[in-house]
Design a protein around this ligand. Structure first.
Ligand code: AMP
Length: 459
């Protein structure tokens, strides 16, 4: 299969080839024809599969076939994403295809001054890539006109629900025309995703691409049982002795990320942290430095790192295991991208055993344990049975890992894209949502209902 045979126009074929893509990925092969056909789409695919191009290419082409007359462009595409970083990434990709066809894309997210976004929207754009909270602010202030939206894309929908965005997404949907094409991308199909799809999609076509990360073919995984107090030294040791050029280190909390960063700097290793307590300009600058190879270590929390596309990252370290097993899969997906070999190392302390057991249960296999000769041997007191079926890096069984809704999901509470209430009563607005619903929609985000915050502080 070639990009040619997918029916892409000359401008997009040239854009794709200038990015160095020679053949479409499975999600592109399957999704592009469905999008061209005009059907709604429910796609099981995660970051790293090429899903952004899978929706960006056909959407951009469709838009270019019918550029409206008139002075000011109104948004015709709305892409909702869970994080600011993903908004920037997806918008850049949209822009890189769209500019060849005279289309303009913009990104909307919280944590930054709203006025430049208002100005940009006022000048006119075709494509808006946004986090739900700030987008809703714009919709409620009437600084964005969503009445001409032809395509709604929910990217990383599972993650948006994890972050408690269900309420905002459904409210945003009320501002959209009922006649539109809706595409939902999610790495998992938990019950709450099915409910969201029932609300927003109309007779969707289903596509599921292999969960590359769960098969973990390109990623070698290792567990180093660790004394919590020695993790810092182990990390510096691994980086220095292994002569690692670049590594992404995951911590569970913002405080933890800052602390590890300070300690790496103390050891003479150039590091910086990225998390939601950092201003957007610092986050963008740090990411840029890391991508240019000017930083050796990027220390990140799950929310900040979600969706980051950093090419050919050879090492990922879980300094602490995530609270939610699926985040482990997302984390290790940062390495071994596009067929490159990658190593994912987890430093696991005794008290992280239950989390490790949950991860291995999700993966359906045990991750090999190793020891660093320079550090004391740690034998976990009680190994919780994870019903391991095989060892990591052996071929995956046909049995599919079942994704379970998260229980106590610890996410960064601050700022912008704040978690919202999990229960919503949709209003009866025929124009707005796909369906004029009056019933109560209860979607289980898998998290306890968070406290509500000031509207103005979101996104
Ligand atoms: P995504 O799933 O959209 O985050 O994409 C993951 C990575 O795959 C990005 O670095 C893309 O540049 C890359 N990519 C997307 N499509 C292709 C393709 N057809 N061939 C090779 N790499 C691709």
């Amino acid at each position: 299969m070639s990009f040619d045979s997918l029916g892409l126009c000359a401008e997009l074929l040239s854009a794709v080839s200038s990015k160095g893509y020679t053949t479409p990925t499975p999600i592109q092969t399957q999704a592009i024809p469905v999008i061209f056909e005009g059907s709604d789409l429910l796609a099981g695919a995660q970051t790293g599969t090429g899903k952004t191009a899978a929706f960006a290419l056909p959407i951009v082409q469709r838009l270019s076939e019918n550029i409206p007359e008139g002075k000011r462009r109104r948004p015709r595409v709305l892409v909702l994403v869970p994080t600011r970083e993903l908004a920037a990434q997806v918008s850049d990709e949209m822009q890189s295809y769209g500019r060849r066809l005279s289309l303009r894309s913009t990104q909307i997210y919280g944590g930054v001054n709203i006025q430049p976004q208002i100005d940009r929207l006022h000048r006119g754009v075709d494509i808006v890539v946004a986090t739900p909270g700030r987008l809703l602010d714009h919709a409620e202030r009437a600084t964005i006109n969503l009445s001409k939206i032809e395509f709604l894309v929910l990217d990383e929908a599972d993650r948006m629900l994890d972050l408690g965005f269900i309420d905002d997404i459904l409210k945003v949907a009320e501002y959209l025309p009922a006649k539109r094409q809706t595409l939902l991308f999610s790495a998992t199909y938990a019950q709450n995703i099915k409910k969201l799809a029932d609300e927003l999609l109309d007779k969707p076509r289903h596509i599921e691409v292999a969960r590359r990360n769960l098969a973990a073919d390109a990623v070698t995984q290792v567990i180093y049982p660790s004394d919590r107090k020695l993790k810092r030294e182990m990390l510096s040791h691994l980086i220095i002795e292994g002569k690692w050029e670049q590594v992404l280190v995951f911590c569970r909390t913002r405080y933890g990320a800052d602390k590890v960063t300070a300690e790496l700097l103390y050891d003479g290793i150039k590091a910086a942290a990225i998390h939601s307590n950092k201003s957007q300009s610092i986050r963008t600058r740090t990411l840029g430095e890391f991508k240019r190879g000017e930083l050796r270590v990027l220390v990140a929390t799950d929310v900040a790192a979600r969706g980051l596309d950093i090419e050919q990252l050879p090492h990922v370290v879980n300094y602490e295991l995530p609270q939610v097993a699926e985040d482990y899969v997302h984390r290790i997906g940062r390495t071994g991208r596009a067929g490159e070999a990658g190593i994912a190392i987890s430093l696991v302390a005794q008290d992280e055993q239950p989390r490790l057991a949950a991860i291995e249960k999700l993966l359906t296999y045990a991750i090999p344990r190793k020891r660093l000769a320079e550090f004391p041997l740690i034998v976990f007191k009680k190994v919780v049975s994870a019903r391991p079926l095989r060892t990591a890096n052996e071929p995956a069984q046909a049995k599919k890992a079942v994704a379970r809704p998260a229980k106590a999901h610890t996410v960064e509470k601050k700022s912008s894209d704040k978690p919202k209430k999990v229960q919503k009563s949709t209003k009866s607005r025929t124009v707005a949502g796909r369906k004029a619903v009056t019933k109560k929609v209860k979607v289980d985000t898998g998290r306890p209902a968070p406290k509500t915050g000031r509207r103005g502080s979101r996104s």
